[in-house]
Design a protein around this ligand. Structure first.
Ligand SMILES: [Zn+2]
Length: 410
């Protein structure tokens, strides 16, 4: 079973012309360009011999006919606004090329390959809409409530796309033996370490918290320091202590940021009566995230005290870490080693459709290096040799899985 590098690269480049912007792509979910790209993909899948259709939420799903079971391969073809040409598209075109290579190998088989491009992974309306719908998760309420940043309702976008009412593509527990997603790394680790293939161990969990400090607004010149209840000073101290605690108690992979800070009333000559910090921290271990959250809550109380302020810490959002299937990840590693590619295990700091899929069936991810770690920007790129190598490694991993012939890879 052989993939054809020229055909793979030509398809990737052709897909990138749909919604092309400078050296990147502007193809947010349900834009005219996104829908055109989905129709293009459907036709490509059909030409590859797959039974292909765009479903009721915009997922493009191609089923290999004549097989009892299938490895599902894919990613997403929507982009962030003015994003790069490979984020999502890489994994979708790998799926197409591997399905073609399996069909061309001609061998009779019980286990084949299905290809998919999920809708709205990037969250223009509702992050991971396509994979959540595909897995049959309860999303009707989220779909009804979802709006884009400019106020367009997802329900309207669905109606205008002409897709509403089409049957949903669905995960089939009897058919699908596992899910494989290839993606650009979107970070600098592989490039820095000289690694050629990233084998994802887990997709990190994310906790988003809001800390609110409440004090008393007073004149900034006339109120003696011991009499102040300075919510702003407490919040600034907390911001510094947060970094110290996460640095001391997190794992080497723990990352965090304070993404928003607001002071009220927000004037230079008023002691702040209220200060709010919104921050995130991420790690692959849910137990560690829980322990870190406890330390953070303690730190907020510690910082409020010296300023006679009150602290409240609220969890805004929680995404649980998703472990990748060790056997599927092992097959990617074995494939890399057989092809002489250097592989490194690493967590994914970004969310992916594989995170949703892993809740329902064994799933694994392969990363290829991102030049300069850049992504979500028109400068996003990966060398041709890395793109081709990634496809060859994933194809070999699929071949190993198909040869195995077993129903369940778990
Ligand atoms: Zn992506």
């Amino acid at each position: 079973m052989q993939i054809r590098p020229e055909r793979l690269l030509a398809d990737l480049r052709e897909l990138a012309t749909i919604g092309a912007f400078e050296t990147g792509v502007n193809r947010p979910a349900f834009s005219a360009e996104d829908l055109a790209a989905r129709e293009w993909l459907r036709a490509r899948m059909a030409a590859a011999g797959l039974e292909a259709a765009v479903d009721g939420v915009g997922n493009v799903y191609g089923r290999m006919p004549g097989v009892d079971h299938a490895v599902l391969i894919g990613s997403h073809s929507d982009t962030v606004p003015y994003g790069g040409w490979l984020d999502g598209s890489l994994g979708v075109i790998y799926a197409l090329e591997i399905a073609r290579a399996v069909a061309e190998s001609g061998a009779a088989r019980r286990v084949g390959v299905d290809a998919i491009s999920f809708q709205d992974e990037e969250g223009t309306f509702l992050a991971l809409l396509g994979s959540r719908s595909f897995c049959g998760e309860a999303i009707d309420g989220d779909v009804a409530a979802a709006r884009s940043k400019d106020g367009r309702a997802l329900a309207d976008a669905l109606a205008e796309s002409g897709l509403r009412g089409r049957p949903p593509a669905r995960l089939d527990a009897r058919r699908h033996v596992g899910f494989l997603e290839a993606h650009i790394e979107q970070g600098p680790r592989l490039e820095r370490s000289g690694g050629q293939i990233g084998v994802v161990s887990a997709i990190v969990g994310i906790r988003t918290l809001r800390a609110v400090f409440r004090g008393q607004a007073d004149h900034a010149g006339t109120t003696p320091m011991p009499m102040r209840r300075d919510a702003g000073a407490a919040a600034l101290m907390f911001g510094a202590l947060l970094s110290e605690r996460l640095g001391a108690h997190g794992s080497p992979d723990t990352v965090w940021n304070v993404g928003s800070a607001t002071f009220k009333p927000g004037a230079s000559n008023v002691v702040p009566s209220e200060a709010e910090l919104i921050f995130q921290f991420r790690d692959a271990s849910d137990d560690l995230l829980t322990e870190l959250e406890r330390l953070i809550r303690d730190a907020a109380m510690e910082c409020a005290r010296p300023f006679n302020a009150e602290a409240e810490v609220v969890r805004v959002l929680e995404t649980r870490p998703a472990a990748m299937d060790p056997r599927l990840a092992g097959l990617i590693e074995r494939a890399a080693s057989e092809l002489g590619a250097s592989a490194a295990r690493m967590p994914s700091g970004a969310g992916h459709d594989a995170m949703v899929m892993a809740r329902h069936l064994p799933a694994a991810m392969l990363f290829v290096p991102s030049i300069g770690g850049r992504s979500h920007h028109v400068s996003e790129d990966t060398s041709e040799s890395d793109i081709v190598r990634g496809a060859q490694v994933l194809a070999r991993a699929v071949e190993l899985l198909l040869q195995d012939g077993t129903r369940s890879p778990a």
